[in-house]
Design a protein around this ligand. Structure first.
Ligand code: IPE
Ligand code: IPE
Ligand code: MG
Length: 238
């Protein structure tokens, strides 16, 4: 692999373990989520330092709405607060913030906050931060199928013209390359409805660290681990 190929273009992180981190300290779960903000800053700094172009963070799944209301409310409040507190630094670092997932389900306040951060950071050219919010892969694929079916019904395309790229182009992630590396913290080894289509040839890394304890050094370790992997994409190594 050339030196450049050893750096993943797109890293996606399933930020897991906030609740357990809080419980271990006798704190409330929402305090674990609040402690998960600094590691987001650390991941961003490290990603920019390594020249990663896209960093996707799984912050809230469609299934997470089923959690107790106080926890969901605290997370919504945290998203709104972070938009305000982090904006200047994101702009300074040249980070462009985008989101994947369905924003319609969020309250007006959260939607406005998300639109605001996307607008404020639209000129960012260093790195794209993709926030997966009210995201699940099955919902994303279902919505893509609906869009494609509508185009078929409108006779814009014929069914036999549908190919893999038609699907890719109709996913929320259409503007971004597939993730090269997916990290899930807290030792859990599952995708939990995250980037199922896009992860076809991703490398996986599952550190034991709980998300609030994730640091720039953890990210560096992930990059080192990635560089050791032999990605064959179904071919044979030269
Ligand atoms: C991940 O941490 C953050 C979100 C899902 C929003 P968890 O809240 O899932 O933490 P654990 O898995 O219960 O420890
Ligand atoms: C996945 O974590 C979702 C996010 C990190 C936002 P969960 O903690 O919700 O997933 P499960 O329940 O362990 O599969
Ligand atoms: Mg969890």
């Amino acid at each position: 692999m050339s030196e450049q190929r050893r750096i993943p273009q797109h890293v996606a992180i399933i930020m897991d373990g906030n609740g357990r981190w809080a419980e271990l300290r006798g704190l409330e779960r929402h305090q674990g989520h609040a402690a998960g903000v600094e590691p987001v800053r650390a991941a961003l700094r490290a990603a920019a330092r390594h020249g990663v172009q896209v960093l996707t963070l799984y912050a809230f799944s469609t299934e997470n709405w089923g959690r107790p209301a106080p926890e969901v409310d605290a997370l919504m409040e945290l998203f709104c607060q972070c938009v305000v507190s982090e904006a200047p630094e994101l702009v300074r670092q040249g980070v462009r913030v985008r989101m994947i997932g369905q924003r319609e389900r969020f309250s007006e306040k959260v939607r406005t906050a998300l639109e605001q951060i996307e607008r404020q950071t639209a000129g960012g050219r260093t790195l794209t931060l993709v926030l997966a919010l009210n995201y699940s892969s099955r919902s994303e694929i279902t919505r893509a199928v609906q869009r494609i079916a509508r185009r078929v019904a409108d006779k814009e395309i014929r069914p036999e013209e549908i190919c893999e790229s038609t699907i890719t182009e109709n996913l929320d992630t259409a503007p971004y390359p597939d993730p090269d590396l997916i990290i899930r913290t807290s030792g859990e080894q599952r995708l939990s409805n995250f980037l199922l289509w896009q992860a076809s040839y991703a490398e996986f890394w599952f550190p034991e660290v709980l998300w609030p304890d994730f640091t720039e050094e953890t990210f560096d370790q992930a990059i080192e681990e990635y560089a050791r992997r032999d990605r064959r994409f179904g071919l044979v190594t030269k």
